[in-house]
Design a protein around this ligand. Structure first.
Ligand SMILES: [Zn+2]
Length: 341
């Protein structure tokens, strides 16, 4: 998930003096658009207003202005990848393993083994899991802290720090490329998709998972939807815009999946609780043990009480709602499988 080439890992982000207005749609180059929302970075780490613009030609949604690469890169620190206050216990490890195993089973419907590149590999769990199951697996991430973390585990796989553009790899040499929650972070995705196409062998498989801006969760939560993640998510997709982008780069779509147990129910719960919290993203801050930072004790107590009282009621409702969304093919997060022609 490379917005920039050189990671500058620091907490304070300078004012976005170099933020640039996005004049044309990153997917179709159209210039006609309407404003969906005006938003701010909920964390306050990047100042200024951002517009979510919907392209009238292709229905892509994108953020303008786009923060400078250095400001964006600083948002991908350890907190982004890892829940830094909590040590994983056995149950959490088991859940994470189940998630990787489910991903592998979906991928292995198309290919049983081969050379895999996971772009935006984060903590490297998927790559390690695939390596343990016989894949020649490489993880690529622009973030040095992600790569250091991934290499700590002895469980296999190779990890490279950098961007796909600069990644040294012969053309048509890969069997599988995975982009788990990556494309929405890329301001100019067409270049990245073309590069994926050139690295895959003919018949090779690309898997791309993204939030769905047309999904039921996005419609219900509106400008509070967790999947918006302004200004880290730069481009938002619908099933149509994602498939269209891949097809125009030379891929054939083989599957569009609407169910995401990992992200969709939590995302809707997060967005729903944000309606009553005094500070947005209190739930994810709480999970990372950052929730007390900068909050007066009485406000923290109120938010904690709201969380304890409402989460048990809302969680089953969010699970049911997102299940319905998936069944009617309006999942909050989608996964597209495509083959290089
Ligand atoms: Zn467009």
């Amino acid at each position: 998930m490379p917005p920039g080439r050189n990671a500058v890992l620091e907490r304070e982000v300078p004012a976005p003096a170099a933020a640039t207005a996005v004049e044309r749609c990153p997917l179709c180059s159209g210039s006609r658009r309407t404003v969906l929302h005006r938003l701010r970075d909920p964390s306050g780490r990047i100042t200024g207003d951002f517009e979510l613009l919907k392209c009238e030609d292709c229905a892509a949604v994108y953020v303008s202005p786009r923060p400078a690469d250095a400001a964006l890169t600083a948002l991908y620190d350890e907190d982004f990848y890892f829940s830094t206050g909590w040590s994983y216990d056995a149950l959490a490890e088991w859940v994470m393993d189940c998630i990787q195993a489910a991903r592998r089973r979906r991928v292995e419907r198309h290919l049983s083994s081969g050379r895999l590149l996971d772009v935006g590999c984060g903590d490297g769990r998927f790559v390690q899991h695939m390596a343990r199951h016989g894949w020649e697996a490489t993880g690529l991430d622009f973030s040095p802290s992600a790569i250091v973390y991934a290499r700590r585990s002895p469980s296999g796989g190779r990890f490279v720090q950098g961007t796909l553009e600069d990644y040294a790899c012969p053309g048509a040499s890969l069997d599988l490329i995975t982009l788990w929650q990556v494309l929405e972070h890329i301001g100019e995705p067409r270049r990245l998709v073309r590069r994926c196409h050139s690295l895959l062998r003919p018949g090779g498989v690309l898997v791309a998972a993204v939030p769905n801006i047309e999904g039921l969760s996005a419609r219900i939560a509106g400008e509070r939807w967790w999947g918006l993640d302004v200004p880290r998510h730069l481009v938002h997709y619908t099933p149509g815009t994602l498939c269209g982008s891949l097809e125009s780069a030379g891929f054939r779509i083989v599957r569009v999946r609407h169910r995401s147990i990992q992200y969709d129910p939590y995302g809707l719960l997060h967005s729903s609780l944000d309606r009553v919290f005094t500070r947005r993203h209190f739930l994810s801050d709480f999970a990372k043990r950052n929730a007390m930072d900068g909050l007066p004790p009485h406000e923290y107590a109120y938010n904690l009480a709201a969380l304890v009282a409402l989460a048990p009621l809302l969680a089953p409702a969010c699970l049911a709602t997102t299940t319905v969304g998936a069944l009617v093919r309006q999942g909050g997060f989608i996964e597209v499988h495509a083959r290089r022609r």
